[in-house]
Design a protein around this ligand. Structure first.
Ligand SMILES: NC(=O)c1ccc[n+]([C@@H]2O[C@H](COP(=O)([O-])OP(=O)(O)OC[C@H]3O[C@@H](n4cnc5c(N)ncnc54)[C@H](O)[C@@H]3O)[C@@H](O)[C@H]2O)c1
Length: 416
């Protein structure tokens, strides 16, 4: 048995689990559709995004990449990519925030033709600080909910200078990345950090959108009793009919052993909830930055804080109760001590859609005005077909009769 991890190729393991990206690498290695274009990429730089970057380079693009935040960069991946033809890094592991911002400016000053973004980091910065370069950019793609919200605000204020594909809103992204990727990685990280189990526990999930529904369904699958809180009555009904108990956060608070937020909103867990929670309640956020759990309220209420184990901040309340906050209230799947982010198999699909955003906008003559656009459904479907192929799964084709039936609103079989 080998006794050491092979570090000569830090992307090797991930490539084994990203068959969709590898299939595009094989095809693009021959057709090079992005030849002649330079693409600026901002993302959490680790092995999965490394395979994404090398796929763009295989497609012939010159790739300039940076981190979408300063702390998630894996140095060995950056070093490996930097040695490959057509790829240049603008990020280092352990960079200061200031150096990270400088690196983004340096990347943008190279005047990329296209931007593939996370959180609209590069797109917002090029508009704010390099407006003359923004005018030369052909287009972009954005993979996150938060980034799309930011871009839509720019569109509303009429400041966006180029078209951007919303990768986040494609079925191939949010049905899998948000629902399955966020759920499995958040629960895995919460359980690894605490060394606890969900069986028999009451898990309160705030928000029943794409992420929340995945978390609630999977927690129940692991034996938890699930309670869902919502502000949208239709989402609450959906959760009810999926078999979860619906409650207001006030009602759920005294029952919960685990609380997981995934709303995209702020102060979903706050002072009045902390005051009612059971001793030993565990709090985790899988949603938005570090604002879903009101940490200043916890700090106000607590007599003191401790770190009982890595990744857990314990708030000691004056009445003797202890509340345990995971990963400083930041995204528990991305920033916990055991965090490896989303599973490779699901990022395979998200990053394939990012590659498609560049491929479609740069190689099809779309002639789009500045704005945020859906990726054409045909493209999403093609990627889904290819993912199924990699899984060796077949589906049926519509027969001619079935196609005719769909197209003919007067068809005799359409009447009772
Ligand atoms: N952790 C990750 O890796 C990861 C991955 C994808 C998305 N996200 C983030 O997770 C958040 C949710 O994403 P989504 O795709 O599920 O969004 P979504 O819009 O589908 O769902 C959010 C849900 O929260 C509900 N909600 C809003 N305020 C609430 C409140 N105060 N109490 C209870 N429910 C409330 C909304 O009604 C909605 O149903 C976003 O911030 C997104 O950026 C995180």
């Amino acid at each position: 048995m080998a006794d050491e991890t092979d570090v000569s190729d830090p992307l090797g393991w991930t490539r084994d689990h990203t068959p969709l990206l590898r299939s595009y690498q094989r095809e693009y290695g021959e057709t090079t559709p992005l030849e002649g274009y330079s693409i600026g990429v901002a993302t959490h730089m680790e092995a999965k995004s490394g395979v994404f970057v090398e796929t763009l380079a295989e497609a012939g693009a010159e790739v300039l990449f940076t981190g979408s935040e300063p702390h998630s960069t894996k140095g060995e991946v950056v070093e490996y990519l930097d040695e490959q033809d057509g790829i240049e890094s603008y990020v280092e592991a352990g960079m200061s925030e200031e150096a990270w911002v400088d690196a983004q400016h340096a990347l943008l000053e190279e005047e990329p033709d296209f931007i593939l973004d996370d959180g609209a980091e590069l797109i917002a910065r090029v508009h704010a600080d390099h407006p003359e370069i923004a005018q030369t950019i052909v287009g972009g793609g954005e993979q996150t909910t938060a980034g799309i919200t930011r871009l839509e605000a720019m569109e509303d204020q009429d400041v966006l200078e180029f078209p951007v594909y919303s990768v986040n809103d494609t079925p191939m992204k949010h049905f899998f990345d948000n629902v399955h990727g966020t759920a499995e990685s958040s629960l895995t990280n919460a359980l690894m950090t605490t060394n606890t189990m969900l069986s028999g526990k009451t898990v309160v999930v705030a928000g029943y959108g794409y992420c929340g529904r995945g978390i609630a369904r999977k927690a129940r699958g692991m034996g938890a009793k699930t309670v869902v809180t919502e502000v949208d009555p239709r989402k609450a009904l959906e959760a009810h009919m999926d078999g979860h108990r619906i409650a207001s956060m006030d009602e759920a608070t005294p029952e919960g052993d685990y609380f997981i937020t995934s709303t995209g909103n702020r102060e979903v867990l706050r002072r009045e909830h902390f005051e009612q929670m059971q001793d030993g309640a565990i709090l985790a956020n899988a949603g938005h930055f570090d604002v879903e759990i009101a940490i200043p309220h916890l700090e106000d209420l607590a007599e003191n804080e401790s770190t009982p184990t890595e990744g857990v901040t314990r708030y000691h309340l004056p009445d003797g109760r202890q509340l345990d906050l995971l990963a400083d209230g930041r995204l528990v799947n991305l920033t916990g001590p055991y965090s490896k982010g989303h599973p490779a198999e699901v990022m395979d699909m998200t990053f394939a859609m990012m590659v498609m955003a560049a491929d479609d906008m740069l190689t099809e003559d779309r002639d789009l005005a500045p704005g945020v656009y859906a990726i054409p459904d045909r493209v999403d479907r093609t990627v889904a077909d290819r993912k199924l192929e990699t899984l060796d799964c077949s589906i049926d084709d519509l027969t001619e009769n079935q196609e005719e039936y769909y197209d003919d609103w007067e068809h005799p079989d359409s009447h009772f």
